[in-house]
Design a protein around this ligand. Structure first.
Ligand code: FES
Length: 245
């Protein structure tokens, strides 16, 4: 959560009928945590500055016409927040559905299977991603070039957590968000393979990726790939055993 001055004027608000008092400037998401109310998130990460891009954390603020992203909404006056109205749940389902529609990958063979935030959200909201039609073809080539990190942008949900980790937290700066709208994608600068940019293989982007878009290179896969490729096999010549006299 963004740093808040603990001495800022206190504000009392209600979240799902629960009254909670927080310093002015606290986000609705942080206030909800303090009140023991869980709001689902995706682009939010405790280590990173809020981005407010995925909209999974939307809530209703009474008196406001549009739903608000709770992770990026600082409280400055007493408000009433509802986190589970029909409109809120419908909006979240819609958002998760759209993400799944754009997500190409097989959960069963994914390194993140069982530990994927998108998968968990889809299960929680009963969304199968069929409403908008699942992507059936990969758009991007998988980048295994750097020998440690695998980048599969077909599974990316554009939350930007890796970009913020690489730039703000690690101060390496080899990832960026490129393009607009449907063409948006996380890329290395000039869209080069990871091995050709200044990535230091710290792996912190993997830790913060909510899906399998970034994962550790599975060395076992590499060994199997070598075994499957006869051109890489080394033939060891052994001398024939001497014949018995
Ligand atoms: Fe709030 Fe993504 S978690 S907008």
């Amino acid at each position: 959560h963004p740093a808040v001055d603990p001495n800022a004027a206190p504000v009392t608000l209600t979240i799902d009928g629960i009254e909670v008092t927080v310093p002015s400037g606290t986000t609705i998401l942080a206030a909800a945590e303090a009140a023991g109310v869980r709001i689902p998130t995706l682009c939010h990460h405790a280590d990173l500055a809020p981005a407010g891009v995925c909209r999974v954390c939307v809530v209703e603020v009474e008196g406001s016409r549009a739903l608000q992203a709770s992770c990026a909404y600082p409280i400055t006056q007493p408000i009433k927040v509802n986190t589970t109205t029909k409109a809120v749940r419908k909006a979240r389902r819609h958002i998760i559905d759209l993400m799944l529609a754009n997500h190409y990958g097989d959960c069963y063979t994914c390194a993140r299977n069982g530990n994927c935030e998108l998968q968990a959200l889809a299960q929680e909201y009963g969304v199968d991603g069929l409403k908008f039609g699942r992507t059936t073809e990969p758009k991007y080539e998988i980048d295994r070039s750097n020998g440690t990190i695998v980048r599969d942008m077909n599974k990316c949900v554009l939350c930007g957590r890796c970009v913020r980790t690489c730039n703000e937290l690690q101060e390496v700066g080899c990832l960026t968000l490129d393009g607009r709208g449907a063409q948006s994608k996380v890329s290395t600068f000039a869209d080069k393979a990871l091995a050709s940019v200044i990535c230091i293989s710290c792996g912190q982007c993997i830790n913060r990726c909510p899906t399998g878009a970034l994962s550790e290179l599975d060395q076992t896969d590499e060994v199997w790939a070598l075994l499957d490729d006869p051109s890489k096999h080394v033939v060891i010549q052994t001398a024939p055993a001497p014949r018995a006299a």
